[in-house]
Design a protein around this ligand. Structure first.
Ligand code: SF4
Length: 351
């Protein structure tokens, strides 16, 4: 017998309650003030992989410096990356820069209004397009991110993983039904995200405070703790980065990383990458610009989406002809550097 997919029951009541609840509880976040399409666009790109509290710190300075697509389109990439510092996943900053150029030249400086047009811009997938179209223009476009997926799965008590093609189809269809039933797509979509971020959290959901508890199938079945089912994450690739740091006075010797790959085009001390720890003699052979390795200063592990990077920090002396840029340690966070580089500098300076 064919299995019938579970559905969110009593959908009109769910939507009505969420729309009434959200204006009462919305958090005071900077992108919710002076809502222009451009500010919504920037905030959604920042929020793709960074927590709201971190974005709240960085968003005001970014939009002050780049109040419209034209200003961002004109900026040098390193200036954009410098203002992105601390948000991580720098590819997003490059895509945002490229998107601003396209909006300026092809869309007369106006953020596109439809999900389809938005998805033609670099770095804008179905989720971000739906969020921008609904929040900035009140279009009935669905959104599904991790938070929304969890809420919808629990409302329907869907005891399966929220990952994969079948789950995707179910989630997008459920989200679409919700947004089409809404009075305001903007309010409904934000309410779904907010509920997942603040109430229907992965562990110990706060069902007692939930506005849709009466309609929630997982709550009724007491299954909310294990819905949706978890999928074990793919193991991360282990690599070792040997950072070779020379500090002269109050400045650190830096290079620009290659134009492709991890932290592309950003500043970093020279690094020898390998799959295992290398001896100093091997490091010297690998990097001819280094005259001597003075001391091993310590190590730390840094996680990226696909890698676990073991950073080993060495104090080194470079030959005078080595092509290094000398960057003030005090102003390091004004430049396009990753959080890993900030940690390398801290490790190198620790006595
Ligand atoms: S009742 Fe609990 S599990 Fe259901 S949507 Fe609300 S917070 Fe999530």
């Amino acid at each position: 017998m064919r299995k019938v997919a579970k559905q969110v029951s009593n959908l009109p009541a769910v939507v009505l309650r969420l729309e009434a609840w959200f204006p009462r509880v919305l958090r005071n976040l900077p992108w919710r003030k002076q809502r222009t399409p451009w500010r919504v666009f920037v905030s959604e790109v920042m929020l793709q992989q960074t927590q709201a509290s971190r974005v709240a710190e960085k968003f005001p300075a970014f939009v002050r410096r780049f109040p419209n697509p034209k200003q961002l389109a004109r900026a040098a990439e390193l200036d954009v990356l410098a203002l992105w510092q601390g948000l991580g996943y720098y590819r997003r900053a490059k895509n945002l820069h490229a998107a601003a150029k396209i909006i300026t030249t092809r869309c007369r400086g106006r953020v596109p209004r439809t999900s389809l047009e938005l998805q033609s811009l670099p770095g804008i997938g179905r989720y971000s397009a739906g969020a921008i179209a609904s929040i900035a223009f009140d279009k009935a476009e669905p959104i599904v991110d991790g938070n929304v997926a969890r809420v919808l799965s629990r409302l329907a008590d869907r005891r399966e993983s929220a990952k994969g093609k079948v789950a995707d189809e179910w989630l997008w269809s459920a989200a679409e039904k919700c947004v089409r039933a809404a009075k305001s797509p903007a309010v409904l979509n934000e309410a779904l995200m907010e509920l997942g971020a603040t109430v229907c959290v992965p562990k110990n959901p706060r069902c007692a405070q939930c506005p849709v508890r009466a309609c929630c199938a997982a709550f009724k079945a007491n299954s909310q703790e294990f819905v949706p089912l978890k999928q074990s994450a793919a193991p991360k690739r282990m690599v070792v980065h040997h950072a070779l740091v020379e500090i002269r006075g109050s400045s650190m010797g830096m290079i620009t990383r290659p134009a492709k790959g991890l932290w592309a085009g950003m500043l970093s001390p020279p690094v020898v990458e390998s799959v295992q720890v290398l001896r100093p003699a091997k490091l010297l052979a690998e990097m001819r610009e280094v005259k001597s390795i003075e001391q091993f200063r310590g190590e730390f592990t840094f996680l990226t989406t696909h890698r676990a990077i073991r950073f080993r920090v060495y104090v080194a002396k470079f030959h005078s002809q080595a092509k290094l840029r000398w960057i003030s340690l005090k102003k390091l966070d004004h430049y396009a550097v990753s959080n890993a580089v900030l940690k390398i500098a801290k490790t190198a300076m620790e006595k």
